[in-house]
Design a protein around this ligand. Sequence first.
Ligand SMILES: *[C@@H]1O[C@H](CO)[C@@H](O)[C@H](O)[C@H]1NC(C)=O
Ligand SMILES: *[C@@H]1O[C@H](CO)[C@@H](O)[C@H](O)[C@H]1NC(C)=O
Ligand SMILES: *[C@@H]1O[C@H](CO)[C@@H](O)[C@H](O)[C@H]1NC(C)=O
Length: 270
Amino acid sequence: MEFRAAIFMAILLCSSIPSSFAQNHKSPPAPATVSLPPSPAPAPSPRHVDLGDLLSVAGPFHTFLDYLEKTDVLKTFQNQANNTKEGITLFVPKDSAFASLKKTTFANLTSDQLKSLALYHALPKYYSLAEFNKLSTLNPVATLAGGDYTLNLTDDMGTVHVKSMWSNPKISSSVYSTRPVAVYEVDRVLLPMQIFKSDPPLAPAPAPAPESSHGKKPAADSPLPGKSTSADAKADKKSSSATPASGIVGGGYFVLAASALAAGLLMMMM
Ligand SMILES: *[C@@H]1O[C@H](CO)[C@@H](O)[C@H](O)[C@H]1NC(C)=O
Ligand SMILES: *[C@@H]1O[C@H](CO)[C@@H](O)[C@H](O)[C@H]1NC(C)=O
Ligand SMILES: *[C@@H]1O[C@H](CO)[C@@H](O)[C@H](O)[C@H]1NC(C)=O
């Protein structure tokens, strides 16, 4: 008798399980979350990329880094990177870009002008390379130097150019690009008209002409298509080798998980 009753119960249970499963399908992990709290999840205090470290190992960008340190603008940049939602985009000239200018170019600048010049190389917002497309419709684009210190961004067949009054360098490489910090290498110093009133103070020796003609050529004929793809590959390689901070994304997931957990606990208390 008892045996029969047991079988009956078992059959009853078995037949009721599928439907209850189906009903609870949306919210089964409630008991599972209870076991999670004791796990020692470390508080994900966001780790910020150190711009000084980054610029000292990439490039070479020693001249620009020297200016950033001398003018204290490095702190301004780092603060923008650490403490704003918008983030920062840097255009960093290579040492060779400074070398191509006359040595005396910056000799007579006041410390305020040097500061503005350094700040002129940054946008107060993070932009991925892809986003420059949209940005070019917003020209002129404000820089951290403020006021009339603006840049014009143009996308020429996938090559982004950053135009100041006296130079129009292309972005030659993506050094680092993980929200909220983007660092792009440029092959010329950005020279605003607010500081340089007259002719481009270029050193006489190197001819910058071949660069601009080379930028337009791919539109007309096809012998150069390999060129841009290899440049892209190089940029990809560089940016992928410099993305240790993608853990920030994981931090975001953690916050989500934590709030889901809190919600689960609340429901259990009710
Ligand atoms: C930026 O954050 C790093 C660590 O995440 C910290 O060491 C540094 O002092 C911060 N700098 C500023 C200017 O907030
Ligand atoms: C810097 O100022 C000095 C004296 O005022 C002047 O002789 C020199 O030409 C200036 N140099 C530059 C690069 O403007
Ligand atoms: C940027 O574009 C605006 C409008 O198209 C123009 O007035 C300005 O002179 C340009 N600035 C530079 C630095 O080329």
